[in-house]
Write a protein that binds this ligand. Structure first.
Ligand SMILES: [Zn+2]
Length: 255
């Protein structure tokens, strides 16, 4: 067997023995893989300290054909997730890793999801070359919308999620947690699980959705109050979509 090369984001790592770990990496080429990294925690190892949480790295992996753990034979760091003083960036990165893990099955390649998270992690790292003028909360929101979209769970934003009718951008939006997002006045009748989103939050959500699909460039400026409103909406929407709350969602901030 020949190891295969892949670009990976480290989404989870836990101890397997004193010197080895099991890591969940999301690769661009093969999707999510769970792999044993033998000797990763020895002082001299083949992993270049690349297996820290949220690192982006190149890995060599021996794929198991039948269910079991893959074997990670080498890793080389491309970019470490540097949080510096930004706690919002750190929690945002953790949240995106948990969401990515929750939305994907093993060995199911989703290059769009990979790209969305890689881009977000790059701009959440304070000393990155990337544009740092975008607030962590907006970066997280845009990446989360991109992930949901790629997974087939993206909420309707500018059009009614039920009939497709274009919605008035200057009005409050009725957002159906159980009905795929925004709803027009006739489709919202009799629906349960609706929240009414303010006009500022409606326009911020549209802007973040446009950022998510690359239809506009940042930065998008959104007030903390509005971000708080959107965060509450998205936390509930994601919980409904996944059938459970993500642990890291409670740490997300509006900054
Ligand atoms: Zn409708």
């Amino acid at each position: 067997m020949v190891p295969e090369k892949a670009q990976a984001i480290v989404v989870r790592t836990y101890a397997y023995s004193e010197t080895s770990c099991i890591t969940t990496v999301f690769t661009r080429e093969y999707g999510k893989l769970r792999a044993l990294a033998k000797g990763a925690w020895r002082p001299k190892n083949a992993f270049d300290s690349a297996l820290d949480l949220l690192s982006i790295c190149q890995v060599l992996v021996l794929r198991r054909s039948s269910g079991g753990l893959d074997l990670l034979t080498e890793a080389a760091l491309e970019r470490r997730f540097r949080v510096g003083r930004s706690l919002a960036g750190f929690h945002g990165g953790m949240y995106l890793a948990e969401l990515l893990d929750a939305l994907t099955a093993e060995a199911d390649p989703q290059p769009e999801m990979f790209d969305a998270v890689e881009t977000a992690l790059t701009s959440l790292s304070p000393d990155a070359d990337a544009d740092a003028s975008q607030s962590a909360a907006v970066v997280v929101l845009a990446a989360e919308l991109a992930l949901l979209q790629a997974g087939g769970h993206g909420p309707a934003v500018g059009r009614c999620g039920a009939c497709g009718e274009r919605l008035d951008p200057a009005a409050r939006t009725a957002f159906g947690m159980l009905d795929g997002g925004a709803l027009c006045p006739s489709c919202r009748r009799g629906k349960r699980g609706l929240v009414s989103i303010s006009t500022s939050a409606t326009s911020a959500l549209r802007a973040a959705a446009a950022l998510a699909v690359g239809r506009r460039a940042g930065p998008v400026a959104v007030e903390g109050r509005v971000l708080g409103e959107l965060r509450a909406v998205m936390n509930t929407f994601v919980s409904h979509t996944l059938g459970r709350r993500l642990r890291s969602a409670q740490h997300l901030t509006n900054g």
